[in-house]
Design a protein around this ligand. Sequence first.
Ligand code: C2O
Length: 570
Amino acid sequence: METLKNFSIMFLGLFLLISSTLLSLTSGEIQRHQFVIQATPVKRLCNTHNRITVNGMFPGPTLEVRNGDSLEVKVVNKARYNVTIHWHGVRQMRTGWADGPEFVTQCPIRPGGSYTYRFTIQGQEGTLWWHAHSSWLRATVYGALIIRPRLGESYPFPKPNLETPIVLGEWWDANPIDVVREATRTGAAPNVSDAYTINAQPGDLYKCSSKDTRIIPIDAGETNLLRVINAALNQPLFFAVANHTLTVVGADATYIKPFTTSVLMLGAGQTTDVLIKADQRPARYYMAARAYQSAQNVPFDNTTTTAILEYKSSKKGNAPKPIMPFLPAYNDTNTVTAFSRSFRSPRKVQVPTEIDESLFFTVGLGLNNCPPNFRRSRCQGPNGTRLAASMNNVSFMLPRSISLLQAHQQGIPGVFTTDFPGTPPVKFDYTGNVSRTLFQPSTGTKLYKLKFGSRVQVVLQGTSIIAPENHPIHLHGYDFYIIAEGFGNFNPKRDTSKFNLVDPPLRNTVAVPANGWAVIRFVADNPGVWLMHCHLDVHITWGLAMAFLVENGVGELQSLPAPPSDLPLC
Ligand code: C2O
């Protein structure tokens, strides 16, 4: 009798254990937040300016969730600009209506309006972020999105003592919206930023900034997981911490086979998770970021932002100046190449080997000849032209009266076409001395249609038109494997043998080498309209974008549901 009772208690316990594990595996929590978009006085570099923020915070609120959790973020627009919020890197499986890019998946939230973004984090762990996806508002409207493992699960590395988001940004003394409007009017390159920032503070190498320099305290022997995010509008950045080695463990919310480095390079939009151990003499050490500038003879912000890693046992008060890290030269492409080649998935992954869609997209700048009815003041690009950018020679134009996703779902004609070319209309020596006749792109709202489930390969080929440059190409709604990178023109005969189909990194943004190429692969398993673009906002402004239209598959689980009832109207 006793044994039977014991047995049933044991059985009950086991049952409870199993069911609670199942529960935590299937259903996460729902987190609700409100983001009020509002003008807020912000003092930087000696002056106070009104800037658009979320809830008056700069940077905006950090969202902390677990894999499997759902987010409901009500965005209330109390600013005088249209706004949308994009959850950069979130896969948004069948929740394309919550992705956010203005006129792609929704019309903007007008001043006075609101919209609730609803989505679930599925199978992603690490660091992502959120930002405005309307004009250049993301200059100040951004924040970290931290995704921890499910309850009861742990990191694939020893648990760090501390975790700190390190959000790199750019600061303009001028209103960034005015900067982009002016550039759009003149056709010239916009002004560059006045400072870089770490967690929205420039740091003590800038005027009027030392007392607000960010301090990151640490105890000797502790390990901190730094979640580094490049939220800068227009600049890839190097990042290093004096005297400390960084162990890279993740990027774009995917784990990476750990490797050590003294310096990171993040293309705009990319995130990198690193472990840093306080194993040096107790003191104060700068963490610093400055430009990686691959385009030559182009003005850029060459300043340096700093924060201070401060050992708690180091002497305060009249402490000596912090130690400065070594940062690579602005144009040090070799360091960037070595760094990006170190990325591997932790184990063998399922890279698609059969390809249904083999695409080849050029990415680069261009020049538009000035229309005859334009004044000279509107033709301030090189030799009286207007600067442009394109993919496969198409300069992408957003619709203005409805979003692409609504037009697609409601079958509204005349908003877009599905003839985005799968290969460049003209083949040329992309990284050579390109003839001036090939500088002018066409303009259009062209999408590339993908059947649900198709296996896609895209060769992203940089061009040398005007200035070869490292372009951070970001795909919405997907992660992709980066199976190869190289310089010069991609050559299938020579370069296919270099494909890593074993353990390539999975990311949402690839830094395509200056004067080079990158090859990505993904499976089109998420129906909707998904923007792919250069994450340098100045290049999106000029048209360096396209969009994939991924069709529905079979049945509800492979189809995009109807839009939420509060989707903003145009
Ligand atoms: Cu973070 Cu369309 O981008």
